[in-house]
Design a protein around this ligand. Structure first.
Ligand SMILES: [Zn+2]
Length: 337
């Protein structure tokens, strides 16, 4: 066999091996135990909904006033852009860990989403939203309805998905508020009116979801500056609403939560395991993940991310040793050709 073919083959096997084992059987794969809950959950990510836009959403305001919904301020870390936001909400991994920090990264997520974990535990999942979420998680939904530019039928589609498919976990992701923010600015009348329209759509979906006892979370990936856009890190871009609607789940909310707290909370609602790259805290119960974290904590006085990075460093050293041994054996094997 010519030398260059051997080398190409070797390189191919090495790359394949390193990607397959990157997250499997490593630190990333450590999870808590699952405790089935038989709950259904709908997560509504209203793209680009800044915190004060909630004042233009009378249906949600009423629920909060009547104590049928709980409210908190969701704080987003940097960067306040869509893809990074979807990642933090749907995986619970901070941007440092997931590595998805730009809207130009048209690649699948390197870490598992809540939906992947749900599928592993035999739950039905569905997505009704913009194709960017589908790009990040192409194999994470049993049923999906994605759109590219126009999203006028997002909620109508969501209602029909609920009726016909009854997923255990459903993501609904309208873009119109974000579009209005980019065109007219986050303090404009057009932006506020679009938020009101979405509020009405949420009300229609809520009526449908109530029939099947869904718990509902409404939040956003980022806000909008007064004059539109959301890359600048300021209160209008990093603060968004977090609304929790449930008839039978008791949740105690503090004034504010972090965006990465949403994923572990979803795990507890759905009764699926949390993973170690979820560095936030569940709003329901954090005991199980805290126990596992303590095993990996080197210095309890430092933030968990620090310890996580150290463990990842160790994981990478082990992977490198693994690859060197692998390389050695493959070379012996190839020499026999
Ligand atoms: Zn966005």
């Amino acid at each position: 066999m010519p030398q260059y073919i051997k080398l190409t083959l070797l390189l191919y096997i090495l790359i394949l091996n390193s990607t397959i084992s990157l997250f499997k059987f490593t630190f990333y794969d450590i999870t808590t135990n699952s405790k089935p809950t038989n709950k259904k959950v709908c997560l509504i990510i209203v793209d680009g909904l800044r915190l004060d836009a909630i004042n233009n959403m009378p249906f949600i305001q009423n629920l909060i006033k009547n104590n049928d919904a709980k409210f908190a301020i969701s704080v987003s870390d940097k960067p306040t852009i869509s893809r990074a936001g979807y990642m933090r909400i749907l995986t619970g991994a901070p941007t440092d860990i997931s590595g998805i920090s730009s809207n130009n990264q048209h690649i699948p997520s390197p870490v598992l989403s809540i939906s992947d974990l749900a599928i592993k535990h035999n739950l039905k999942t569905a997505l009704c939203g913009y194709f960017w979420i589908d790009e990040l998680f192409p194999f994470s939904f049993h049923y999906k309805k994605t759109y590219f530019i126009r999203d006028g039928t997002t909620f109508i589609d969501a209602v029909s998905i609920v009726n016909s498919f009854k997923p255990d976990f459903l993501i609904v992701h309208p873009m119109s508020v974000d579009n209005a923010g980019h065109s007219f600015g986050g303090s404009s009348m057009q932006y506020k009116n679009t938020a009101s329209k979405i509020d009405l759509e949420i009300y229609k979906l809520y009526k449908q979801l109530s029939k099947y006892n869904y718990d509902i979370i409404i939040t956003s990936d980022h806000g909008h500056q007064d004059f539109g856009g959301h890359t600048k890190y300021e209160e209008n871009t990093f603060l968004t609403p977090f609304v929790f609607i449930s008839k039978n789940t008791n949740i105690k909310l503090t004034k504010s939560i972090n965006q990465i707290d949403i994923a572990p909370t979803l795990c507890d609602l759905l009764g699926i395991p949390k993973t170690l790259y979820m560095t936030g805290n569940s709003l329901l119960d954090n005991q199980n993940i805290t126990t596992i974290r303590n095993v990996h904590i080197l210095n309890p006085n430092l933030p968990f991310e620090y310890n996580l990075n150290f463990s990842l460093f160790i994981t990478n050293i082990l992977l490198t040793i693994h690859l060197i041994i692998y390389f050695y054996f493959i070379r012996i094997l190839l020499a026999k050709f």
